[in-house]
Design a protein around this ligand. Structure first.
Ligand code: G3H
Ligand code: 13P
Ligand code: ZN
Length: 309
C-alpha cells in the first residue's frame, strides 16, 4: 500500500476514540520491528524520523527502507518528520516524499510560533502534506533546549484555539506534563488530563498529539541494568494513563525511548549470554523481535488501534 498522510487515520481515530502510535525510526531493524507489529495487529502506523535520525540513516536509505515497508505490507503507513526545527528542514522532508511534517516552534513566542508554522503549512498543503505544530513546552530535554521541569509550560486551551485558527495546522502537540526521555517523573506520574479535555472542547476537530509518551517499560530498564547498563530511577507514563488519554482525545502518541530500551536491553542480554558471539544477526534478531513485541503491546492493549487499518 502506498504511503498515506495522517489525515484519514486521525479522522477515524477521533470518531472511534483510539490513538495511533507514532514510532521513531533510526535503522532497518527498528523499521521492520514496528511495521511487523502494525501488520500483525492490522493497525495504521506512523513512522517518524527526527533530524538526528535523518542525519544518522541518511535520507536516501531512509526513504528506500520506508518504500520497502509499504511494498511488503497492506496497512496504512505515514512518514512524518519529528520536531522539525525550521522551515528548511520541513521543506527538505516534504520534497523528499514525507507525507507529514512537524514544525516545532514551541520554543518561540506565541506570535513567532504562528508565523513559522503558517509558512510551513502553506508550503506543505500546496503539496498534499499535513502539518503538526506544537504549543506549550514539555518538561525535560527537548532537542537542544533544556527546559527545566519547573518551567514546563502547559498548553493554554484558549491559545490553542487561536493558534489552530491562525495557522491552519492539521494537528497540535500539547504539553500536559510529559517530557522526553527515560526520566519523566521524580515522584508520582501525573498528567493534566483536565487540560487535555479543555483543549479538546475548544478544538474538537483538531487531532491532538502527545509527545514524551513512552512508558519506560520497567522490565526493559531492569534487563538493561541487569546486564551492565546504568539507568537508575527511570520512570515513564503508565499504560493506564496512556489508555485514558487515547480514549479522551489524543490521536497520536509518540514513542521513542521504549524502542531504544527494547533494542538495547536485548542486545545487552544477548551479548552477555553469548560472549563468544560476534555475528550481529545473533543479537539484532532478538532486538528486532523485542521492538515488535513492545509495539504490538502498545497498539493492542494501550492505544486501541488493532484492526483499525
Ligand atoms: O523527541 C525526540 C525523539 O526522541 C528523537 O530523538 O533527536 O535523539 O533522534 P533524537
Ligand atoms: P519518548 O522519549 O517518551 O519516547 O518521546 C518520544 C517523542 O516524543 C518523539 O517526538
Ligand atoms: Zn517529541
Amino acid at each position: 500500500m502506498p504511503l498515506v498522510t495522517t489525515k484519514e487515520m486521525f479522522e477515524k481515530s477521533m470518531k472511534e476514540g483510539f490513538a495511533i502510535g507514532a514510532f521513531n525510526i533510526n535503522n532497518m531493524e527498528i523499521i521492520q520491528g514496528i511495521v511487523d507489529a502494525a501488520e500483525a495487529q492490522k493497525s495504521p502506523v506512523i513512522l517518524q524520523a527526527s533530524e538526528g535520525a535523518i542525519k544518522y540513516a541518511r535520507m536516501p536509505y531512509l526513504m528506500k527502507m520506508i518504500e520497502a515497508a509499504t511494498e511488503e505490507t497492506t496497512i496504512p503507513i505515514a512518514i512524518h518528520l519529528d520536531h522539525g526545527a525550521n522551515f528548511e528542514v520541513c521543506k527538505k522532508c516534504i520534497d523528499a516524499g514525507f507525507t507529514s511534517v512537524m514544525i516545532d516552534g514551541s520554543k518561540y513566542s506565541f506570535e513567532e510560533n504562528i508565523e513559522i508554522t503558517k509558512k510551513v503549512v502553506e508550503y506543505a498543503h500546496e503539496r498534499g502534506v499535513v502539518v503538526e505544530a506544537e504549543l506549550g513546552q514539555l518538561a525535560g530535554i527537548e532537542d537542544d533546549v533544556n527546559v527545566s521541569e519547573a518551567d514546563a509550560k502547559y498548553t493554554d486551551p484558549e491559545q490553542a484555539k487561536e493558534f489552530v485558527e491562525k495557522t491552519g495546522c492539521d494537528s497540535l502537540a500539547i504539553a500536559i506534563g510529559t517530557s522526553h526521555g527515560a526520566y519523566k517523573f521524580k515522584g508520582e506520574a501525573k498528567l493534566r488530563v483536565d487540560i487535555l479535555k479543555e483543549i479538546k472542547e475548544k478544538i474538537p476537530n483538531t487531532p491532538i498529539v502527545l509527545h514524551g509518551a513512552s512508558s519506560v517499560i520497567p522490565e526493559l530498564v531492569e534487563t538493561c541494568n541487569a546486564y551492565g547498563g546504568e539507568i537508575p530511577g527511570a520512570k515513564g507514563v503508565p499504560d493506564e494513563i496512556l489508555k485514558e488519554v487515547s480514549m479522551n482525545g489524543v490521536s497520536k502518541i509518540n514513542v521513542d525511548t521504549d524502542l531504544r530500551l527494547a533494542l538495547t536491553s536485548e542486545i545487552r542480554k544477548a551479548l552477555a549470554e553469548n560472549p563468544s558471539a560476534f555475528d550481529p544477526r545473533k543479537y539484532l534478531t532478538p532486538a528486532r523481535a523485542k521492538i515488535q513485541e513492545v509495539v504490538e503491546h502498545k497498539i493492542k492493549n494501550v492505544f486501541g488501534s488493532s484492526n483499525k487499518a
